[in-house]
Every structure is written in structure tokens, then in C-alpha cells.
Design a protein around this ligand. Structure first.
Ligand code: CTP
Ligand code: MG
Length: 231
């Protein structure tokens, strides 16, 4: 039972700011991308055999050299990403071997500190027969739907809402069929599976799988890392 992981890491990180793309920004002396790869490797139950990473065009060779010491026995391929996240995932998916893989994970480089247990829960659910799996956490804010003029339309029942994280896990054939669909406005891979009418299963996520998005998130990331290193 073997897993391939796709890491979309080709975004520019405009909300984070700074001189380099977000995946190359460092926390605790290492890039977010290195932290993300190390996390996937640490999930030994996932049996990761193949890693495909989408990066900003022109950085493929540097990233391949940078990551080589961290991938262990898994194969590593680095590809230029596309305009949208969904394009980056699709380009990477084209490089995942057709044979010998029973689960494909798609994991944002920016969710660099996802705990091993979350990764293993996702893979476990795919192996148990779910064809699409997402880790989720409860939402803490009240969420409102608004119209184009900013007026509130309604307030969905919060107990029926969750926030979705990565890695998301898929039966490989399903992920390929999903990415063959037109992807405009798509913000995660599970959404494409939903469009195919496939039931997406949820598993428990973690606060530590938050997405590094804005400058303050780096402070939270530093604190999570410091806590882990002190254990
Ligand atoms: N991503 C990607 N290709 C894109 C856009 C995003 O591979 N064209 C990746 C990012 O590198 C990140 C993940 O998708 O790991 C989630 O995206 P997000 O957090 O929005 O990152 P950015 O798009 O880089 O940030 P921003 O939206 O602030 O510019
Ligand atoms: Mg973005």
C-alpha cells in the first residue's frame, strides 16, 4: 500500500509579503517547504513512495537540490506550477505514476506544520475505502452569506460548518477524473470530486494544520516549532 504526495508550492504568497515566494520563507531556520516535506515523511504509516512538488517556474532545479536530503527513499520530481493552485496540482498529477499507488495526497506547502496523526488519519480513511477524504476543524466564527452589495443573505447553522485543511487524500483514479474537469473557481481538490457526485469523507484535522497566510502566522509557526523542538 503506497502513497504519492503532491505539494502545491508555486504560489507567490502575496498576503504574506516578503522578497521570495512563500514556500521558501523560513521558520526556525528552514523553509516552509522543507517543513512540509519532513512532515509527510514523518507519517510512516502513509508509506510515501513518490513526491511531486509544483514550484514557481525557474526554481525547479534549486528546489530539487534543496529537498534531496529530505525525501528519504521516496522519488522526487519538481515541476513548474501554473496560474492557479488547481493548475499546479494538475501539472504535478501528470507526473504521478499510474501503477503501484493506492492513495494520492494533495498537501499545501503553506500547511507546513500539520501533525503526523492528521496525515495518517487521512491515508487510513482512503485505505479503508473512502475515495476522497479531507481533514476538518470546527469553525469558531459565525459565518454569514452576503450578496454583491455586502448585505447579509443568511446565517448558516454553525454546527453544520467546518473549515477544511490539507492533506486531502484520494483514490488515484478519482483524483485524475476530477482534475479532468474544468477547474475555474476551484479552491480545493475535494470540490472537484464533489462535482463528480462523489461523497467526500471528513476526518479530524488540527489547529496546527493552519495555513501560513499572513505575516502574523509566522509567529504562530515559530511557536509551534519551538514547542515541538523542546519535547
Ligand atoms: N499554490 C500553487 N500554485 C498557485 C497558487 C498557489 O501551487 N498558482 C500553492 C501555494 O504555494 C500554497 C497553496 O497552494 O502552498 C495554498 O495557496 P495560498 O495559501 O493561497 O498561497 P499563495 O497563493 O502563495 O498566497 P497568496 O494567495 O497570499 O498569494
Ligand atoms: Mg493564493
Amino acid at each position: 500500500m503506497s502513497t504519492a504526495a503532491i505539494i502545491p508550492a508555486a504560489g507567490l504568497g502575496l498576503r504574506l509579503g516578503g522578497a521570495e515566494p512563500k514556500a521558501f520563507r523560513e521558520v526556525g531556520g528552514e523553509s516552509l517547504l522543507v517543513h512540509a516535506v519532513r512532515g509527510l515523511r514523518a507519517a510512516t504509516a502513509a508509506d510515501l513512495v513518490c513526491l511531486v512538488i509544483a514550484v514557481p517556474a525557474g526554481t525547479e532545479d534549486i528546489v530539487a537540490k534543496l529537498l534531496d536530503p529530505y525525501v528519504g527513499s521516496a522519488t522526487l520530481q519538481v515541476v513548474a506550477g501554473g496560474t492557479e493552485r488547481t493548475d499546479s496540482v494538475r501539472f504535478a498529477l501528470e507526473l504521478v505514476p499510474e501503477d503501484g499507488i493506492d492513495c494520492i495526497l494533495v498537501h499545501d506547502a503553506a500547511r507546513s506544520f500539520v501533525p503526523v496523526e492528521v496525515i495518517e488519519r487521512v491515508v487510513g480513511a482512503v485505505r479503508a475505502g473512502a475515495s476522497a477524504v479531507v481533514p476538518v476543524v470546527p469553525v469558531t466564527d459565525t459565518i454569514k452569506r452576503i450578496d454583491s452589495a455586502g448585505r447579509v443573505v443568511d446565517t448558516p447553522d454553525r454546527s453544520a460548518l467546518v473549515a477544511v485543511q490539507t492533506p486531502q487524500g484520494f483514490e488515484p483514479g478519482l483524483l485524475r477524473r476530477a482534475h479532468a474537469l474544468e477547474g475555474a473557481g476551484v479552491t480545493d481538490d475535494a470540490m472537484l470530486c464533489e462535482r463528480l457526485g462523489v461523497t467526500v469523507q471528513t476526518v479530524e484535522g488540527s489547529d496546527e494544520a493552519f495555513k501560513v497566510t499572513r505575516p502574523r502566522d509566522l509567529i504562530l509557526a515559530e511557536s509551534i516549532l519551538a514547542e515541538r523542538r523542546s519535547l
